[in-house]
Design a protein around this ligand. Structure first.
Ligand code: FSX
Ligand code: SF4
Ligand code: F3S
Length: 373
């Protein structure tokens, strides 16, 4: 018989009641520690927090969006992310995933917001239209009204995706619906940007679990993005970076040179001006990311990325070189300098990061075996 979940259950109790084993829990805690960017020595602290802390309810609102953020989150190749997080974080309302609909769904949300006033996490996906109250109406109320109501009792807001973080495609010129990001409307709450169109599943999971586990926000940069995942440019962690430094460029993304792994800078790659963890985390459990699939980065996690010039147009300079470096000059300038060293370091760091996560998974399995024995 299915045990009844209570709001006051700890994460651990919740996992067990949902039918998962202690082994699943250990694996979950180990992998999440790696996702959050902590050393393996932190696993016991994460285990301890998950065993003792009450679950934090989550309300997930959807506005103008393609729902790619939710898709990214639930389509994670990592079974622990998809299954355990959705079950574990106590998702009290998300209109795209919940079984209830209509008045029942609305009542569940109202009840959870009332009961957990001041404590819940509000996840916002999609931009908020402001021009016409008829756009994006939910339960007869405008998006602005719904957002204000849900934000009022939130402890913190996570803006998932480039739409809620920056405005996204809806806000692209001429922005017919007057779309704005969350922070244009809500001014009195901590708002964490988790941009990307969509963001990487493990990054979304890492941010939620960080807050749920420690009850604090992760370290943020000046744009309120978690430093752990947005502290570096895609260019700094790109496996094609040694070819950039060596001046080996593909002219177009469908060329033989592109297939050989030459740098896609001349094909319009925005990696040098884009802050995201794609090169480090990659997508679909570390399988690939746009550049590895042969297409230049389009800067999907950056503000105004739709309006930042045609996607395949070469950037006019490379920031961070201290010079107006063009692709034609850059190979000659940087080869043999500290920057080339930095690239090698970045590639090594990526390998180390992926290895760290794989090792964490193995450790989780090891924990399983130890418990079995
Ligand atoms: Fe936006 Fe989310 Fe782009 Fe889509 O819903 S970030 S359009 S991938 O996914 O909001
Ligand atoms: Fe990678 Fe693009 Fe930088 Fe080239 S320009 S190294 S393809 S991120
Ligand atoms: Fe987006 Fe560029 Fe990563 S397009 S998915 S930020 S490689």
């Amino acid at each position: 018989m299915k045990k009844t979940l209570k709001k006051e259950d700890t994460y651990y109790e919740n996992i067990i009641k949902k039918g998962y084993s202690r082994r699943d829990f250990m694996k979950f805690a180990t992998v999440m520690t790696a996702f959050m960017g902590y050393e393996s020595s932190m696993v016991s602290q994460v285990v301890n927090a998950l065993e003792t802390k009450k679950r934090i309810p989550v309300i997930w609102e959807h506005f103008q969006e393609c729902t790619g953020c939710s898709e990214s989150f639930i389509r994670s190749d990592h079974p622990l992310v998809a299954d355990l997080i959705l079950d574990t974080i106590s998702l009290d309302y998300t209109d795209t995933l919940m079984a209830a609909s209509g008045h029942n769904a609305e009542e569940a949300k109202q009840e959870s917001m009332k009961e957990n006033y001041g404590k819940y996490i509000l996840i916002v996906e999609g931009a908020i239209p402001t021009k016409n109250e008829g756009y994006c109406t939910i339960a007869g109320r405008s998006a602005v009204e719904v957002l204000k109501e849900s934000a009022a009792g939130a402890a913190a807001i996570l803006a998932f995706g480039s739409c809620s973080s920056w405005g996204g495609v809806q806000a692209a010129h001429p922005n017919p619906t007057g779309s704005v990001p969350v922070d244009a409307i809500i001014k009195n709450k901590p708002i964490i940007r988790v941009p990307g169109c969509p963001p990487i599943s493990e990054v979304m999971a890492g941010v939620v679990v960080h807050y749920a586990t420690f009850g604090t926000l992760p370290d943020l940069d000046s744009m309120n993005r978690p430093k752990q995942f947005y502290g570096k440019r895609v260019h700094d962690s790109c496996y094609r970076r040694p070819n950039f430094d060596a001046g080996l460029f593909a002219e177009t993304y469908d060329s033989e040179e592109a297939k050989k792994g030459y740098c896609l800078y001349k094909a319009g790659c925005r990696g040098p001006v884009t802050y995201n963890a794609c090169g480090t985390m990659e997508w679909n459990n570390g399988v690939s990311f746009p550049i590895k699939s042969g297409y230049p980065c389009i800067g999907c996690s950056e503000n105004n990325f739709w309006d930042n010039g045609p996607f395949t147009e070469r950037l006019t300079n490379v920031p961070g070189m201290g010079i107006e470096a063009t692709a034609d000059k850059v190979g000659k300038i940087v080869l043999g300098t500290a920057v080339a060293g930095a690239a090698v370091h970045a590639v090594a760091t990526n390998i180390a990061k992926r290895k760290e996560i794989r090792d964490a998974e193995k450790r989780g399995e090891q924990n399983e075996q130890n418990i079995k024995a």
